[in-house]
Ligand binder design. Structure first.
Ligand code: ASP
Length: 439
């Protein structure tokens, strides 16, 4: 068995967290490849080391004095080293960081030092080897991840090591310059390493016990999701459910490697298992509910539009020309409705209306704003009759007016449009009918 284990910032924010991490790794000999983030927040109002580094580098770039700010960063690491009684000194590392900041080596270089230093400390504490991500994760000249080069080098390099720490979040460009993924990108590094070694499992350790069926800010103590498929997860994360960086799914998915989201602070919890497919029956008909507010809808009405060849294309071209992305597009026999992000649409609204008039000569163009979209996702829906019926009767009982409904052709999700102010009530009602009443 080979496992890649990635630990997020809060899992490595202090010496106490490092101890938990070591305990977890030692519990299972197959946890051989370890990918750390930079130290995160120790308390809710603390600052992540990555943000401290961005700030500090900002000062250096403006040629302001940055020594004090760098000292604060160093203290975060020194505290961990001292408390863990490690035989390790970061003098040389900070000397070269200081020099590179003065030389304005780059913002990405600055941010990457968070993971780099944490990786050195963790490797020392675990007695594992250390590989600098700059030597094995590559980007091309345009700054896109270079999979071909990375997997060739990484697989070869890891074939000869048994236990190793690889810092997350960054790699290097063809000229050797450091480049990072977008924020939260250590998840991607973990996924890349898992693909390179063809791991049996990619464990992603964080501070929650996996994905929850609904947002805990909306539903009180929602149940956790035991198993979710990659497709379901895509639907939910697109609609705002976040725990894992979206791009972390692709490398492991292409190899059929499952991801297990686990909680460093509650290692006995099984967390959520993300898989390609499963015949395990889901516990509830729905796997999860997620949603977003602040959409606008544009309804275009024209008698006999269904028989007019190219009607939809012409309408959509108007949005394309104005650079507005479309979220959903339910249609009727003589109408089509387009959902867009309100903030993106507002400034171009009149241009779009004029464009639609010119393109298709509609009978009516109607606008509505302050709408929310809710996605009810579940592989169990396909085999269950009456799911949409139950959703709508629950919403009617909760006095929520449904503005739009759109069932994906995969029968994996039902998207419901409601008014912004009904958003929370709608999610609660759907959760109750599918989960609370089934317990
Ligand atoms: N430390 C980086 C961030 O805060 C990357 C990560 O944690 O995954 O975004």
């Amino acid at each position: 068995m080979k496992k890649v284990v990635k630990f997020g910032g809060s899992s490595l924010a202090s010496a106490e967290q490092f101890r938990k991490v070591r305990r977890i790794i030692r519990q299972d000999d197959s946890r051989r490849y370890v990918v750390p983030s930079a130290p995160g927040k120790r308390t809710p109002d603390d600052t992540k080391v990555t943000d401290l580094l961005y700030n500090c580098y900002g000062m250096a770039a403006r040629e302001d004095e940055f020594e004090d700010s760098l000292k604060v960063i160093r203290q975060r690491y020194d505290e961990i080293i001292e408390e863990l009684k490690l035989n390790l000194n970061l003098d040389e590392e900070f000397k070269s960081i200081r020099e590179n900041f003065s030389k304005k080596t780059g913002r990405d270089y600055a941010a990457s030092r968070g993971e780099y230093l944490n990786g050195i400390i963790l490797a020392n504490y675990l007695g594992y080897g250390f590989i600098d991500a700059a030597d094995i994760i590559f980007f091309d000249e345009e700054g896109n991840f270079d999979g071909e080069k990375t997997y060739a080098v990484l697989s070869e390099r890891l074939a000869h090591v048994d236990k190793v720490v690889i810092p997350g979040f960054y790699g290097s460009m063809p000229d050797g310059k450091i480049k990072t993924f977008s924020r939260g990108g250590s998840d991607i590094t973990g996924s890349i390493v898992a693909k390179a070694v063809l791991a049996d499992l990619y464990e992603n350790w964080t501070d929650v016990s996996g994905f929850l069926i609904a947002d805990p800010n909306v539903v009180e103590h929602p149940k956790a999701i035991d198993v979710i498929t990659y497709r379901e997860l895509r639907e939910l994360s697109y609609m705002g459910a976040t725990v894992l960086h979206e791009d972390a799914i692709f490398p492991v998915r292409s190899e059929g490697i499952p991801i297990n989201i686990r909680n460093t602070n509650a290692p006995e919890d099984k967390g959520t298992l993300i898989v390609e497919g499963t015949c395990r029956k889901p516990r509830f008909v729905i796997t999860g509910i997620a949603g977003k507010k602040d959409f606008a809808s544009i309804t275009v009405e024209k008698a006999m539009m269904n028989s007019e060849v190219g009607f939809c294309k012409k309408v959509l071209e108007v949005f394309e020309k104005n650079g507005i992305s479309i979220e959903h597009m339910p249609s009727g026999i003589d109408t089509m409705t387009i959902f867009v992000h309100q903030d993106e649409f507002e400034e171009k609204e009149q241009k779009v209306i004029a464009g639609i008039h010119r393109a298709v000569e509609p009978d009516l163009v109607e606008l509505e704003s302050d709408l929310a979209l809710i996605a009810v996702v579940g592989r169990g829906m396909k085999a269950t009759r009456g799911t949409s019926g139950r959703i709508f009767s629950a919403l009617a009982h909760a006095n929520v007016n449904v503005k739009m409904i759109d069932q994906g052709s995969s029968e994996l999700n039902i998207i419901i449009g409601v008014r912004n102010h009904d958003f929370e009530a709608a999610i609660k009602a759907i959760y109750d009918i599918f989960v609370t009443t089934q317990l």
